[in-house]
Write a protein that binds this ligand. Structure first.
Ligand code: ADE
Length: 239
């Protein structure tokens, strides 16, 4: 899949998506990320990308012209149709279900706002959807775009060495993940739940599911309220 990111800080986007699983996915050619700087498409001597808002008030608004020219160049770089997403606190919150949906697209173009945001007419004309990564305000969309590229990139086929690990992630089934333990010379097995050392795979699976359910109930009851529980889950919760 291909993701183009329009940002006044293209180096940040490139670096933030060059490490770990997503960096490896890029190296393997499973994910192509290209950052574009709208300032390169500004036509005046000062390479301006913002101006004062109509109606007055604090802050600046990103100019539609450099953004529009930059977006046209990004679109033209590949014939595949692209979904254009604006990262902004005004959008609905990003969820794992949305990440899955976007990960199946051939192409995304992400727009990172700075200052007070983009000219609303540009959003209406060019943007397919807005997404927020949480109910707080960042100084720009770059961190949010990096979050989206990471979440989508790790789901590309072949990105994770063990594909099953994505299916067991928190939120994939609407629940939080269970706790994990590993071998430690210094710590031995003290404090490790005995069932995990038992070799009884059915009992281990039941224990993990019960932990997931219990943690979600304690920490994120809002998630549990939205999850359809199976009769087996109900029995586990009641145990
Ligand atoms: N830009 C500024 N704040 C943001 C947020 N919370 N989510 C996405 N983009 C943003």
């Amino acid at each position: 899949m291909r993701i183009d990111v329009l940002s006044l800080f293209p180096d940040f986007i490139d670096q933030a998506t060059s490490v770990g699983v997503v960096g490896r996915a890029r190296e393997r050619g499973l994910l192509q990320v290209q950052a574009w700087n709208p300032r390169d498409y500004a036509t005046d001597n000062y390479r301006r990308v913002d101006d004062r808002p109509f109606g007055g008030g604090p802050g600046m608004v990103m100019l539609p012209e450099p953004l529009g020219a930059c977006l046209a160049a990004a679109r033209a770089a590949d014939p595949a149709p692209a979904r254009v997403i604006l990262l902004s606190p005004q959008g609905p919150r990003l969820t794992q279900a949305k990440v899955r949906e976007l990960a199946a697209q051939p192409r995304l173009i992400l727009l990172c706002g700075r200052y007070e945001g983009l000219d609303e007419r540009f959003i209406e004309r060019e943007v397919d959807e807005e997404l927020s990564i949480g109910d707080y305000v960042l100084s720009g969309g770059e961190l949010a775009a990096a979050v989206l590229v990471d979440a989508v990139g790790r789901l590309q086929e072949g990105a994770l060495n063990d594909a099953a690990s994505a299916e067991q992630d928190s939120f994939e089934d609407g629940l939080l993940d269970c706790p994990h333990y590993t071998r430690s010379e210094a710590w031995g097995t003290e404090g490790v739940p005995a069932v995990l050392l038992s070799g009884d795979h059915a009992a281990i699976a039941r224990w993990r599911r019960r932990q997931s359910l219990g943690r979600t109930w304690l920490r994120r009851p809002d998630l549990l309220a939205r999850t359809r529980l199976s009769p087996a889950d109900r029995t586990l919760l009641a145990e």
